[in-house]
Ligand binder design. Structure first.
Ligand code: 5GP
Length: 181
């Protein structure tokens, strides 16, 4: 078992690189079938999705575009509540088939905010594609249509995911080793 340490935490290899690649292969096939001829616009959510986005794009031999956004979330007025801004979204979204690329969907709050923000731009359709999905942690009702790997409710790093800045460059997925009390 390959064990690594990032800052103060230890992690064990959980999903080897070959398995991650096979899951992305399968997902690329799914997206090819669904979006061929529709010129989808992929919207990668930084920082974490850079890795998944690159792996997916290598495998998608259809006409498509990709852009990246950062999510800024802040409290608005009492009437607007929490506001989510998609920083860097310069493309025209109206009428486009948009696929949001996420590294991981946990509670789903982030994708919910992103989808609400995208809806203001009137896309033809929006779906979510994520490298990792934690079904047991998910609290939203929006369907997460395209999932490479479903994982249990544990903290993971690697393949774009970090622990306080470290670990994004690790191929494969590493799971935290819970400390004994
Ligand atoms: P949400 O709960 O809104 O679905 O996820 C919020 C964010 O928490 C994700 O975009 C990701 O940045 C972070 N996150 C959730 N679970 C994990 C995890 O297991 N590992 C890492 N590194 N980040 C996570």
């Amino acid at each position: 078992m390959t064990r690594i340490r990032l800052h103060d935490l230890d992690f064990d290899l959980f999903i080897p690189e070959a398995e991650v690649n096979a899951a992305v292969d399968r997902l690329a096939g799914e997206l090819r079938t669904k979006y061929n001829g529709k010129r989808p616009l992929f919207v990668g959510v930084l920082n974490g999705a850079f890795f998944f986005a690159a792996e997916l794009m290598k495998r998608l031999d259809i006409e498509c575009e990709i852009t990246f956004v950062k999510v800024a979330s802040y409290l608005g007025t009492s009437t607007t509540g929490r506001v989510t801004d998609l920083i860097g979204l310069n493309e025209r979204i109206e009428g486009r088939h948009v696929v949001v690329l996420e590294d991981i969907v946990d509670t789903g709050n982030t994708v919910k905010h992103i989808l609400d923000a995208l809806a203001d731009h009137h896309p033809a359709s929006v779906s979510i594609a994520t490298l990792l999905f934690k079904p047991d942690a998910y609290k939203q009702t929006i369907p997460i249509e395209h999932v490479a790997v479903r994982i249990p409710n544990a903290f993971v790093v690697g393949s774009g995911l970090d622990h306080d800045g470290l670990g994004r460059n690790l191929p494969g997925i590493y799971r935290i080793i819970e400390q004994q009390p």
